[in-house]
Each structure stands twice: as C-alpha cells, then as structure tokens.
Design a protein around this ligand. Sequence first.
Ligand SMILES: NC(=O)c1ccc[n+]([C@@H]2O[C@H](COP(=O)([O-])OP(=O)(O)OC[C@H]3O[C@@H](n4cnc5c(N)ncnc54)[C@H](OP(=O)(O)O)[C@@H]3O)[C@@H](O)[C@H]2O)c1
Length: 210
Amino acid sequence: MHIGIIGAGNVGGTLARRLAAAGHEIAIANASGPQKMQDLMGDLGHRAHAVPPSEAARFGDVVIVAVPFGRYNELPTAEFKGKTVMDTGNYTPERDGNIPELDEDRTTSSEMVQQHLRGAHVVKAFNTLHAEDMRDHARQSSAQERYGIPMSGDDPQAKRAVADLVEELGFQPVDAGDLATGGRKQQPGGVTYDADFTADELVEALRLDS
Ligand SMILES: NC(=O)c1ccc[n+]([C@@H]2O[C@H](COP(=O)([O-])OP(=O)(O)OC[C@H]3O[C@@H](n4cnc5c(N)ncnc54)[C@H](OP(=O)(O)O)[C@@H]3O)[C@@H](O)[C@H]2O)c1
C-alpha cells in the first residue's frame, strides 16, 4: 500500500520503520526538511522517500498524521481530499498552548483535525500507546494476547482501512465509536489512554464507560 506519513519523530518514525519492514511504500515528511531525516531514511530503505508534507498527503492511500497536535493547522488541505487519515495526535497544553475549545471539552482534538482536513476521513488511532510500545509490543500470534488499539472515526470505510493496518502491525483494533464519543475516550484522561489493555480488556473498559 502507499502510505503517507507527516511527522518523522517518535511516532511517525516508529510507524514508518514498521510499515516499511512490512513492505509498504512510504512517503514521509517533516517540518524542517530531508536533512534531519537522513538516519531514518537509511533505516527505511528503497521503499521510502522523503518528501514535503503536501506530497506525502497526495501519495498516501492512508495518510498518517504524527505532528505535535498544536501544529495540525499547518497541514496542507487540498491534497487530503478523499483520503483516509490516521490521526495519532494528543492535545498537550504544555507543548501546544491552551486551546479553550478543548480545555472546556467543547470538542476533541481529532474533530479539530477533521474540520481542518475537510473532505478527508479522519480516524484517531495509535495515540494511546507509547511509540516504544508500537515498536516493541506487536504480536503476530493470538488476538487474545495482543494489545488492543482503540480507533474512533465517522467513516466506516476509513475505519476498516486503518483497522487493517493496525492488525498488520500486530495489534488488535477495537472500535471506540465516532470521533466525538470515541475521541473523548481516547484522549489524555480518557478511559483507554495509556492503558496497555488487551483487546478484551479494552472492549470491557469501553463498555463500562458508556
Ligand atoms: N511520543 C509518543 O510516544 C506518542 C505516542 C502517541 C501519540 N503521540 C502524539 O503523536 C504526535 C506526534 O508525537 P511525536 O512524539 O512523534 O512528536 P515528535 O517526536 O516531536 O515529532 C514530531 C514530528 O512532526 C514534524 N512536524 C512538526 N510540524 C510539522 C508540520 N507542520 N509539517 C510536517 N511535519 C511537522 C516534526 O518535524 P521537525 O523534526 O522537522 O520539526 C517531527 O518530525 C503528538 O501529538 C503526540 O502527542 C506521541
């Protein structure tokens, strides 16, 4: 599959390594240009290309957004039209500055990303796990032993595409609901955030929280 990745730090770099190793074609972008991605590109091999953000969005069948949340509105918009977007971001006021809509729980960070990327189909996923766990805790064996990865989104087809990637990476996708409901359960302070649940435990935690 063609995968665009915007953000080449802890999360973007980790997912890029895993997805390139699984045989996907990667176009990856950062903010400051290819120089800073040299080591990463060496690890990724010939299936990966360092590109500007607009090109990563254009290239991807799925586009992973892994920039610090507070910079989401720097993302280009036209190239995202019709794309499935996996949003890994978390609102962190110390880093992102205070955003009243979020501080007052009037919306969620992924709904803000969705609003900016009008015409794309945003699915929040892989935001609840540390990047090192994305690297180290994949299991290809039994679904019961796998970490559950909550996913929220408003478009069923986009969710299925992200679920396939989650599964391919050795985790168990668990539908947490739409961006508003599930997004709240996935954000910092939510029931699934940083919880290291198996899929069964995650389903139960989501049920108890509804
Ligand atoms: N770290 C974790 O374990 C973890 C786990 C789950 C979710 N998250 C969330 O995932 C998001 C990414 O976190 P991270 O730890 O991977 O961040 P990070 O290590 O600081 O990396 C951020 C990346 O985004 C790039 N970037 C920033 N603004 C950009 C823009 N406008 N266009 C293109 N690229 C841009 C940066 O490029 P430059 O290097 O060129 O500045 C850098 O490559 C955050 O919202 C975070 O809260 C983090």
